[in-house]
Design a protein around this ligand. Structure first.
Ligand SMILES: C[S@@+](CC[C@H](N)C(=O)[O-])C[C@H]1O[C@@H](n2cnc3c(N)ncnc32)[C@H](O)[C@@H]1O
Length: 246
């Protein structure tokens, strides 16, 4: 067992990147050197004897444990982008902008035999994303620092999927058309309705086909001893527009 690993107890979990030093938990202190020689499924005790389970760091932990720079896309929306664009595992993907690298990391994970090119204009966000990609052990993500609208000019009609989650998404739409293969998909994520509508209209003008615009709502259940009911919080995040180049 090598780092990173996750120490989990109920709702609490900690990502451990080095097996050295002390980890301060809600239930006391853990000596991380004691992790050496342990296996997944084993437990480790805090100084007051509370046990944490040692589990692998995997995809379900990306959202919880990735460092945050810019606001990341949430897994429910990433799932929809993957399913509705029909991502195949040997794709070439263009992701703009990288932000925290959340969307790029999930796409890279499911695109095992392909590559993700991700472009970010701000160096400090690119640095955070680089750490996240390394943490996740992803080797098929290629980071470019620059303006995605300009970077796109360096590519040909080679991408299977373009995903946009950045301010200049409207300016990027004609570029997306240029760099997508025939049959390739463009997915644009936007936190507000008005820009999502504009994206839809501009994609339509640029002759993207099979256009669809939607929102994915996740509604949690509160599961309590007295009974189960719908949580009062509605998890709105943003709007997704998807179209294809034919
Ligand atoms: C909301 S964040 C993206 C979050 C990302 N999709 C994720 O899941 O972690 C938007 C990012 O786009 C970047 N950005 C804005 N305009 C850009 C441009 N023209 N080219 C490249 N990146 C840009 C911003 O700096 C910011 O980091």
């Amino acid at each position: 067992m090598r780092p990173p690993v996750v120490l989990s107890r109920g709702k609490h979990s900690f990502l451990v990147e080095k097996f050295e030093g002390k980890l301060h938990t809600h239930h006391g202190v853990i000596e991380l050197s004691e992790l050496k020689g342990k296996s997944f499924g084993d437990t480790i005790k805090t100084h007051i004897g509370v046990e944490y389970k040692i589990v692998p760091f995997n995809l379900s932990g990306f959202f919880k444990h990735f460092r945050r720079g810019a606001t990341p896309v949430m897994p429910k929306d990433i799932g929809a982008i993957i399913a509705y664009t029909g991502l195949s595992p040997d794709s070439l993907i263009f992701d703009a902008g990288t932000g925290s690298g959340m969307l790029a990391a999930y796409l890279a994970y499911f695109n095992k035999f392909g590559e993700v090119v991700t472009v970010e204009i701000r160096k400090e966000f690119a640095k955070i994303a680089r750490r996240n990609f390394k943490l996740a052990g992803l080797k098929n993500v290629h980071q470019i620092i620059g303006d995605a609208v300009e970077v796109a000019d360096g590519f040909k009609k080679e991408f299977d999927l373009v995903v946009l989650d950045m301010k200049d998404d409207i300016a990027f739409i004609p570029k997306a058309k240029q760099i997508l293969k025939v049959g390739g998909a463009l997915a644009v994520y936007n936190p507000y309705i008005e820009p999502a509508r504009e994206v839809y209209e501009v994609m339509s003008k640029n002759e993207f086909r099979e256009l669809e615009a939607f929102e994915i709502l996740r509604i949690d259940l509160d599961i309590k001893r007295v009974g189960t009911r719908t949580s009062t919080g509605v998890w709105h995040t943003g709007y997704i527009v998807i179209g294809r180049k034919y």
